[in-house]
Design a protein around this ligand. Structure first.
Ligand SMILES: [Ca+2]
Ligand SMILES: [Ca+2]
Length: 503
């Protein structure tokens, strides 16, 4: 790398670095749990006024009792021009309607909690972001979030909920949410932005834009504060944290943002001392409260409401997950369906354009089987063949039965002839011959029936059963039997005539 390339890279690094806003967390203008309040209920770097009560986890700025007022203010004024403040709070009450509300302040002087505006002074100099719970003008537009700038001359118009005095605002319900509601108030380059987190999830990213105003001019140095008040109706107003970050335009951190060296050392020393003091107090507190463990354990249990809310939230999250999964699967199915439709229309086009030889092999086979264009046999033919075979077997069985019957009769006839002599022989003989003729006719008819039914051109490959009997041998056997019987009768008659001659 030569010197020129290095210079270009260095300039590029400077320019990208210069485009970013510098942010610095301001611990002197912030509070957060745990150990939010010390054992004397003071909050480091803050002052607590009125009915406000600080605990290790939160500050109850105004409790759910009638006509309460409380506030918490930074001790020192800001030393930076631009800032972002993130507050997490919960306004909750049993009533469908609550009162009065909570306000975030950035003013040149601290407000008085005995004041008329949500636990602070009227005619303030600076900014108020008001979370107004109660609908004084009955326009059904509360709870409402609004920003109002005051130069120390205007009185807040409670009757109209400050409607005509607001810089900007948004209609959001911030009461009784499962998770703490949050607001991010940013003042940078004279642009005021308020983002709001509805408290429906515990996702850090769920902020929504509430308001944005340009050309906002606030006092150069001021105090941050939070105040709240109740009236005839009363909500609990709890604040969990206030986190301040100072903002510096790109390139300014080296000059303006950088505090002078002696000051820097002083602040570091202060912070170190504060940390040590905090640790000492923690240990003392533990010594003085050996049953603290038990109290901590109680935090592990939740009230019915908390449990219910948690379950609702879990169910909601699960439902959302399932919906996402369903939607994904539906997309998949739709995709497959489209692909299949595409394939079908493509193959239809091929068939139409005479490209049948390109069909899948199984389709071809299927078609051949159905139409019989191949040398193979059709399904219907196979069925016919089996039916015919069954009929043939049955007919042959019938024939065999009749043949046995005939055989028995002829045997009986011969026996009778042997035993009965010539008495009445002629008559018996005649009737027997008639019976035999009938039997023969039956056999003939059966054979004709079988021939009519078996009209298949192709002969059976093999005999289905052991009772298989050829038609020609069968007829020959009948003929032979008849010849024997007739011959025997003729012989008997001739013998009879001879004997008559002797007598
Ligand atoms: Ca109001
Ligand atoms: Ca209203």
């Amino acid at each position: 790398m030569n010197g020129r390339e290095f210079l270009i890279l260095f300039l590029y690094f400077l320019s990208t670095n210069a485009n970013q806003i510098h942010r610095r967390f301001e611990y002197k203008y912030s509070f957060k749990p745990p150990y939010l309040a010390q054992k004397d209920n003071t909050v480091p770097f803050f002052e607590v006024f009125g009915n406000a009560i600080a605990s290790s986890e939160s500050i109850r700025v105004a409790p759910s009792l009638r006509s309460q007022k409380g506030s918490v203010w930074t001790k020192s004024k800001t030393t930076f021009d631009w800032w972002e403040v993130d507050i997490a709070f919960r306004i909750s009450g049993r009533g469908r309607i609550g009162a009065d509300g909570l306000a975030f302040w950035y003013t040149s002087e601290k407000g008085d909690y005995n004041g008329e505006v949500f636990g602070s002074s009227d005619k303030w100099n600076g900014l108020a972001v008001i979370f107004d719970s109660f609908d004084n003008d009955n326009k059904h537009n509360n709870p409402y979030i609004m920003a109002m700038i005051n130069d120390g001359t205007r009185k807040f118009d409670h009757q109209n909920d400050g409607q005509n005095q607001a810089l900007a605002g948004c209609l959001r319900d911030f009461r009784n949410k499962p998770f703490p509601t949050r607001a991010k108030i940013e003042y940078y380059n004279n642009v005021l932005t308020v983002l709001f987190h509805s408290g429906m999830t515990n996702n850090e990213q769920d902020y929504e834009m509430c308001l944005r105003a340009e050309n906002v001019v606030l006092p150069k140095n001021g105090h941050f504060g939070i105040s709240a008040a109740t009236g005839g109706l009363a909500d609990d107003h709890d604040v969990f944290h206030l986190l301040t970050t100072s903002l510096y335009p790109p390139g300014q951190i080296d000059t303006i943002g950088q505090v002078p060296a002696p000051d820097n050392e002083k602040i570091s020393q202060e912070y170190k001392e504060y940390q040590q003091k905090l640790e000492r107090q923690k240990e003392e507190y533990k010594k003085e409260h050996p049953d603290e463990q038990k109290d901590d354990l109680e935090d592990w249990f939740e009230t019915d409401n908390q449990r219910e809310l948690r379950q609702i939230w879990q169910a909601q999250t699960q439902t959302a997950e399932i919906l996402r999964e369903l939607s994904r699967k539906l997309d998949e199915v739709l995709g497959r369906q489209e692909r299949t439709l595409g394939l079908i229309s493509a193959s239809a086009n091929q068939v139409a354009s005479g490209g049948a030889q390109q069909q899948p092999q199984y389709q071809q086979q299927q078609q051949q089987f159905n139409t019989g264009t191949d040398s193979g046999i059709r399904r219907q033919e196979v069925d016919n063949l089996i039916n015919t075979q069954n009929i043939l077997v049955q007919s042959i069985r019938d024939l065999k039965t009749q043949l046995n019957d005939l055989n028995q009769r002829s045997e009986m006839l011969i026996t009778n002839q042997k035993q009965g002599g010539s008495q009445g022989g002629a008559f018996d003989m005649h009737s027997l011959v008639t019976e035999m003729r009938d039997g023969m006719n039956q056999v003939k008819m059966s054979v004709a029936g079988v021939q009519a039914r078996v009209n298949q051109p192709q002969p059976l490959q093999s005999c289905p059963t052991s009772n298989c009997l050829g038609l020609t041998p069968f007829l020959i056997a009948i003929a032979v039997q008849l010849v024997i019987i007739l011959g025997y009768n003729m012989y008997r008659e001739a013998k009879g005539n001879q004997s008559k001659k002797f007598y």
